[in-house]
Ligand binder design. Structure first.
Ligand SMILES: Nc1ncnc2c1ncn2[C@@H]1O[C@H](COP(=O)(O)OP(=O)(O)OP(=O)(O)O)[C@@H](O)[C@H]1O
Ligand SMILES: [Mg+2]
Length: 137
């Protein structure tokens, strides 16, 4: 079984990471951790590259934090970092292109999605995913 675990480094995403570790142990699932670094729709030369680098660093940190949980258990895991303005779109494309069987993600993230409900990335992914989605609460 191939599992995709998108993470923004939030405590909610880390709960999803822990769930994925459990499943990797129990079901010998193959897990890929994915972080989407925010990118602007402007051309890359229209704003300082340092902003992109800073955002990439955040995504890299989120991946490292998640990878560590797997490392501690001695479970191998793949990591991927992408840039995009709408993380859900990257997640959906990846799930489709590489035929993942399951996506595990948090119900909230680092954002300020109003109303205390499920965040917009989670809603979009669960709505359009080509596979099952486990929203961890
Ligand atoms: N940039 C990202 N890269 C990878 N995964 C992400 C990213 N953003 C969110 N996720 C995943 O989606 C889950 C839900 O986050 P979501 O973005 O939906 O909530 P939020 O940040 O609270 O709200 P919003 O982004 O709508 O303001 C996270 O726990 C994480 O698993
Ligand atoms: Mg968010």
């Amino acid at each position: 079984m191939k599992i995709l675990v998108p993470t923004d480094g939030s405590e909610y995403a880390m709960k999803a990471v822990n769930k994925a570790v459990e499943m990797a142990e129990k079901e010998k699932a193959e897990v890929t951790l994915m972080a989407v670094s925010y990118s602007f729709s402007l051309g890359e030369d229209e704003f300082p590259g340092s902003i992109l680098e800073r955002l990439d660093e955040e995504a890299q940190k989120a991946l490292e934090k998640a990878k560590e949980v797997f490392n501690k258990k001695g479970i191998s895991v793949k990591t991927v970092i992408e840039r995009g303005a709408v993380p859900a779109n990257n997640i959906l494309k990846k799930a489709e292109a590489e035929k993942f069987d399951l996506i595990i993600m948090g119900h909230r993230g680092k954002g300020e999605f109003p109303g205390g409900g499920i965040g917009s990335t989670a809603v979009k992914v669960v709505s359009y995913a080509p596979c099952s989605v486990l929203i961890v609460k």
